[in-house]
Design a protein. Structure first.
Lengths: 302, 339
C-alpha cells in the first residue's frame, strides 16, 4: 500500500463534485477554513456548476473535472464537495496512469466509498474516508471531526479514543482499514472494485435505509465472504434507519451481531464514522490497531 | 426472534467466495433440466420462504388451484409469523426442505415475497431436488432461488405470481389477471406460451433464441459476489423492480454492467419498474428507466424491449427461468415464445 505525500502549508487542495450538485456558496466556509489551515484551494468546474438536475454536471463534465485534478501537478490533494450519487457512473472511465505515478490524497465518503474501494483494489494507494466540504458549515469547521481531516492531511499520527458500547465484542485487532458506506460496498461486489477484506479492519456506515434492506446487504457481505476473515469490525453510524410498517423485529446491533457471532474478531458499535457530525477521518489501506473494550474503543495508526 | 445458530451453514459458503465458485460459470447452451409438468390430481405445496401471510390470505389461491384439478398442501409456515417473516429462518428452511423432499409434492408455490429467502437458502439441501426436480414458483424475493438453482443445478424454475396476487374469484377477475393466471396454469401443465409486450420507442429490434434468466433487480445486485450470483452469459435476461429511487435503479444497473452481466446477453427484457419513488424537488435524477437502461446497453447489439408484462403488477406472466425461448423485437412490439 502506498501512502501519498502528506500536505505542507502552502500546498493546494482541489475541490470537485463527482456526484451530486453543490452550490458554490455551500463550500464557502470550507474554502475559508482550508485557507486558515494554510492551504491554497483550487475549485473545479463541477462546484457551483450550471447543472439544473441532480448531478453536478454530465458524466463527461464530472469525469473531466476529477481527471484534471488527479493529473494536475499543482494540486496536492482532492477534497470532494459532497457525495450523493454518481461515482458508479464514471469510475471505470477515470485514467489513473498519472495518479499511480504520483499519488495524492483523495478525501470524501458516502458515494465516494466506491472510489476508495476501487483505488485500494486496483492501485494500492491509501485514500481518506473523511468529512467533505459540506461538513464545513454552520460553524462546524472547528469540530474535532472536521479537524481530524486536517490532521490526516498533515500526516499527524491519528489516535481516536471513543466511548464504548455494551454491545461491543472486546479484543484487539491489527490490520489495514477498509470500508465505507454499506450500500456502496454492496454495489462494488462482483465488479472490478470489489474489496478484499481478508485480514482487514472493516468499517461500515449507512444513512436512511430500511432495517430489512440493511439486513439484506449484511447478508450479502456475509455470503460473499467479506465478514469471515476480518481482523475487526467497526460499526459506525446508521443514521435515519427506517423500519417497515410490520416491524422487522430486531435492532440494528442485533442484526450485525447475528452476522458475526461465529467469528471471533473484535467488534465495536457507534464509532464516529457516519453521515452525521460524528465522522472521523480514516486512512483506508493504512495499518491500524483497534482496541475494543466495553467502556472504551481506541483506534490508532501502527 | 429465533435466529440462533442461523449462520452455522454459512461459514463454509463464505470461505468459498472469491475463489472456486466463480469458475463454475456455466454455459448457457448446456442441457438444462425442465421439471415434469403437472397433471390434474398432482399436488402443489405452498410455503413462505420470506414474508408472513395468514392462511386466510392464501384461500383464494387454494380455491383457484383446486378448481384447476390440483391438490394443495399448505406448509407449516403458512400462518406462522416471526415479525415480518413467515416463521424463523429454521422454520422457513425446514418447510421448504420438507416440500422439496416430499415426493407427493409436484410443485412448490411461494405464498408471497417480501424479504427472507437469502437468510435461509444456504440451509437448504438441494441434492434430492437435483435428482427429482419439481417446479419452484415465485418472484421478487424468490429471485434468490431462481438465480441460485439456475447457477448450480441448471434446473428450470418458474417466475410467476404468488398466492398473494390470486384474485378472490377468477371468473370475475380483471381480464389481465385472469389471462396471467391461465398462462400460469398452462406453463405448469407443460404448454408453451407466447407472451407479447408493447411497441416502445426505446425498443431495439432483433430476434434471438436462448435460455431465459432474471428477476428482481435489487435481488440480482444482492446476489453479486455470492455463491448465488446470477449467470447471464449467453442468456436472455429479464429484470423488474418496484418501489426504488431512479438513482438507485441506475446504480443497480451499473452493478450489473460493471460485473459483466450485460455484456454477453442474447437479449434484454425490461419488465415493470413500478412505484418509482419520486426525487426530491430540485434533485431530479433527469433520466427515466428507458434512458437508464439504454445508456448501459447502447454499446451492445442484442434486442432490448421495455414494459414487458412481468413484475410487481397485474400483467405478470409466468416465465420459465432456464427455459428455451425465441425473443423477437420489432415494429409491432416484443414477443417471447417458448420453443
Amino acid at each position: 500500500m502506498r501512502i501519498p505525500p502528506y500536505l505542507k502549508p502552502g500546498d493546494t487542495i482541489g475541490i470537485v463534485c463527482p456526484a451530486g450538485y453543490m452550490a458554490t456558496e455551500r463550500a464557502g466556509e470550507c474554502i475559508e477554513t482550508l485557507q486558515e489551515w494554510g492551504f491554497k484551494v483550487k475549485t473545479g468546474k463541477t462546484l457551483g456548476s450550471a447543472s439544473t438536475n441532480y448531478f453536478s454536471g454530465t458524466d463527461e463534465e464530472r469525469l473531466t473535472d476529477l481527471q484534471e485534478m488527479l493529473d494536475d501537478d499543482a494540486v496536492q490533494a482532492i477534497l470532494f464537495g459532497r457525495g450523493g450519487y454518481g461515482m458508479s457512473r464514471i469510475v471505470d472511465r477515470i485514467d489513473f496512469t498519472k495518479f499511480r505515478e504520483k499519488p495524492k490524497w483523495i478525501a470524501g465518503f458516502s458515494d465516494i466509498t466506491l472510489l476508495h474501494l476501487h483505488i485500494q483494489k486496483n492501485y494500492s494507494v491509501s485514500t481518506l474516508h473523511a468529512p467533505m466540504a459540506g461538513a464545513f458549515r454552520d460553524g462546524e469547521s472547528g469540530n474535532e471531526y472536521v479537524r481530524s481531516l486536517r490532521d490526516c492531511f498533515l500526516g499527524m499520527p491519528v489516535n481516536y479514543n471513543v466511548d464504548g458500547h455494551p454491545d461491543n465484542r472486546p479484543g484487539i485487532a491489527e490490520g489495514k482499514l477498509i470500508g465505507g458506506n454499506l450500500s456502496l460496498l454492496i454495489n462494488s461486489l462482483g465488479t472490478s472494485s470489489e474489496p478484499d477484506t481478508n485480514g482487514a479492519i472493516l468499517f461500515l456506515e449507512e444513512v436512511d435505509e430500511y432495517l430489512y434492506s440493511i439486513d439484506r446487504m449484511l447478508m450479502q457481505l456475509l455470503r460473499a465472504g467479506k465478514l469471515s476473515r476480518l481482523a475487526g469490525l467497526i460499526v459506525g453510524g446508521f443514521s435515519g434507519t427506517k423500519d417497515t410498517e410490520r416491524p422487522f423485529g430486531n435492532t440494528l446491533n442485533d442484526l450485525i451481531k447475528e452476522k458475526v457471532e461465529y467469528f471471533n474478531y473484535p467488534v465495536c458499535f457507534g464509532f464516529p464514522v457516519s453521515h452525521d457530525r460524528e465522522n472521523y477521518a480514516l486512512k483506508c489501506g493504512v495499518e491500524y490497531r483497534l482496541s475494543v473494550k466495553l467502556n472504551e474503543v481506541r483506534l490508532f495508526e501502527q | 426472534m429465533h435466529r440462533k445458530h442461523f449462520l452455522s451453514s454459512l461459514i463454509g459458503a463464505g470461505v468459498l467466495a472469491g475463489s472456486d465458485w466463480k469458475s463454475w460459470a456455466s454455459e448457457a447452451n448446456e442441457e438444462w433440466i425442465i421439471p415434469p409438468s403437472l397433471k390434474r390430481g398432482d399436488t402443489i405445496g405452498i410455503t413462505c420462504p420470506a414474508g408472513y401471510i395468514s392462511y386466510n390470505d392464501i384461500l383464494p389461491a387454494i380455491r383457484i388451484l383446486e378448481s384447476w384439478g390440483f391438490r394443495v398442501k399448505p406448509g407449516k409456515t403458512v400462518g406462522k409469523r416471526d415479525h415480518s417473516f413467515g416463521g424463523s429462518d429454521e422454520e422457513r428452511a425446514a418447510d421448504m426442505q420438507a416440500m422439496l423432499d416430499d415426493e407427493g409434492v409436484g410443485a412448490i408455490l411461494s405464498a408471497r415475497g417480501g424479504y427472507g429467502s437469502v437468510r435461509m437458502i444456504d440451509r437448504i439441501n438441494l441434492s434430492r431436488f437435483r435428482n427429482n426436480p419439481k417446479w419452484i414458483i415465485g418472484f421478487s424475493d424468490l429471485t434468490v432461488f431462481h438465480s441460485h438453482i439456475g447457477r448450480h443445478y441448471k434446473v428450470a424454475t418458474m417466475h410467476a405470481k404468488m398466492c398473494n396476487s390470486f384474485p378472490d374469484n377468477l371468473t370475475t377477475a380483471d381480464p389481465v389477471v385472469k389471462d396471467t393466471l391461465l398462462a400460469f396454469r398452462d406453463v405448469l401443465m407443460g404448454e408453451k406460451t407466447k407472451i407479447t409486450g408493447p411497441s416502445v420507442e426505446y425498443n431495439r429490434y432483433g430476434s434471438v433464441e436462448g435460455r431465459l434468466t432474471g428477476g428482481n433487480l435489487s435481488i440480482l445486485q444482492n446476489l453479486a459476489g455470492t455463491a448465488s450470483e446470477i449467470n447471464t452469459n449467453g442468456m436472455i435476461l429479464f429484470v423488474e423492480e418496484v418501489g426504488e429511487y431512479l438513482y438507485n435503479i441506475d446504480r443497480m444497473f451499473w452493478n450489473l454492467e460493471r460485473s459483466g452481466k450485460l455484456k454477453l446477453l442474447k437479449g434484454l427484457i425490461v419488465g415493470g419498474f413500478n412505484r418509482i419513488k419520486p426525487d426530491d424537488p430540485g434533485e431530479e435524477f433527469g433520466r427515466d428507466v428507458y434512458r437508464i437502461v439504454m445508456e448501459k446497453a447502447e454499446k451492445y447489439n442484442y434486442p432490448v424491449c421495455f414494459d414487458f408484462p412481468v413484475g410487481h403488477q397485474r400483467p405478470n406472466y409466468p416465465l420459465v427461468c432456464g427455459g428455451q425461448y425465441r425473443f423477437t423485437v420489432g415494429a409491432d412490439g416484443s414477443l417471447l415464445e417458448r420453443i
